[in-house]
Write a protein that binds this ligand. Structure first.
Ligand code: APR
Length: 307
């Protein structure tokens, strides 16, 4: 198993470190345009392997020759969101970056599965699919695992229970239009509307929706990376180990949920084939309307792309 991580910034380097710590590959390659940064971070991570007892070769590079034959490519390259900047402001800069990285990476690894992390997430995942020419099964975007992790953390804090017992369900695009489904979010199987007041639920949903910006406002010069990298690695793990976990991911819909030709977050089965199945559930009218709105916002952004 060979995994390439493109972007040696906060998200990319932390993703690489987690992949190595968990020994999810024999070889991890980190790519960045900055000279010395991927090489230095890769060497530093590699030097942790005797301590962590993980036999993983880690290399850093400014080119793509070393990435040849990768099974999975995690794309984190791009600029991070700054205070006052919406994910949408990032679109033009990051689409050029994701396009160029994808073109170069897939030329060397035509069979890889792409896991996109760069924002705005759903649009960047579309860029990666379009530019790679890969089937939709091999291009997935990381957003829902992060959004549900945030929602689960806040529910656990509010109810003072273990995060392990909290599951959450979020549909839709990553960002302001995400659609948390409270009735499918549970604590030890109990739907959370039975445990939380409407006021508390609305407050936690709002905090989840604004989860990214809450961190940006603290950090000022960067955006979240510990939880995003953990979320990306959970998706990678399900693919590497063919676990067939059902994880919310951004995928290209072709009529599922009544939506077509756009990327949006829905529950999918992730295994060695990438996105192996889209899990469809029956939505009520409000939920469907919220998902449609979210999908049409992503579609409107995709329509503005100049690839
Ligand atoms: N090729 C390779 N790497 C690139 C390219 C490129 N064309 N352009 C930029 N990069 C690299 C930068 O040099 C930098 O090292 O991408 C890295 C981004 O790192 P950070 O600025 O630390 O950003 P990070 O916090 O890692 O976020 C990366 O993930 O969660 C999203 O919104 C976030 O889109 C952002 C991305």
């Amino acid at each position: 198993m060979k995994i390439t991580v493109i972007g040696a910034g906060n998200v990319g380097a932390t993703t690489a470190q987690r992949l190595v710590d968990r020994q999810l590959a024999n070889e991890v390659v980190i790519v960045d345009i900055l000279e010395g940064i991927p090489q230095g971070k890769a060497l530093d991570i590699y030097e942790s392997t005797p301590v962590e007892k993980t036999d993983v070769r880690v290399t850093g590079t400014n080119g793509y020759a070393e990435t040849a034959g990768s099974d999975i490519i995690v794309i984190t390259a791009g600029i991070a969101r700054k205070p006052g900047m919406s994910r949408d402001d990032l679109m033009n800069t990051n689409s050029g970056i994701v396009k160029s990285c994808t073109e170069q990476a897939v030329a060397k690894s035509p069979k890889a599965i792409l896991v996109v992390v760069s924002n705005p997430l759903d649009v960047m995942t579309y860029v990666a699919m379009k530019v790679s020419g890969f089937p939709r099964e091999r291009v997935v975007g990381m957003a829902g695992v992060l959004d549900t992790a945030r929602f689960r953390s806040f529910i656990a804090l509010e109810l003072n229970v273990s995060v392990e017992d909290v599951t959450a369900f979020v549909l839709g695009g990553h960002g302001d239009s995400m659609v948390p489904l409270a009735r499918y979010s549970t604590v030890a199987g109990i739907p959370i509307p039975e445990l939380l007041s409407k006021e508390a639920l609305d407050r936690l949903i709002k905090r989840t929706r604004d989860g990214g910006i809450e961190i940006v406002n603290y950090l000022k010069t960067g955006s979240a990376y510990y939880a995003p990298s953990a979320a990306a690695v959970q998706m990678v793990e399900s693919i590497v180990k063919d676990k067939k976990r059902i994880l919310p991911s951004s995928v290209y819909l072709q009529g599922e949920y009544g939506i077509r030709d756009t990327f949006v977050g829905v529950p999918v089965k992730l295994g060695r084939g990438g996105m192996e199945e889209i899990i469809q559930i029956k939505l009520n009218a409000d939920e469907q309307a919220a998902l449609n709105k979210s999908a049409s916002e992503v579609a409107a952004q995709i329509a503005k792309l100049k690839l």
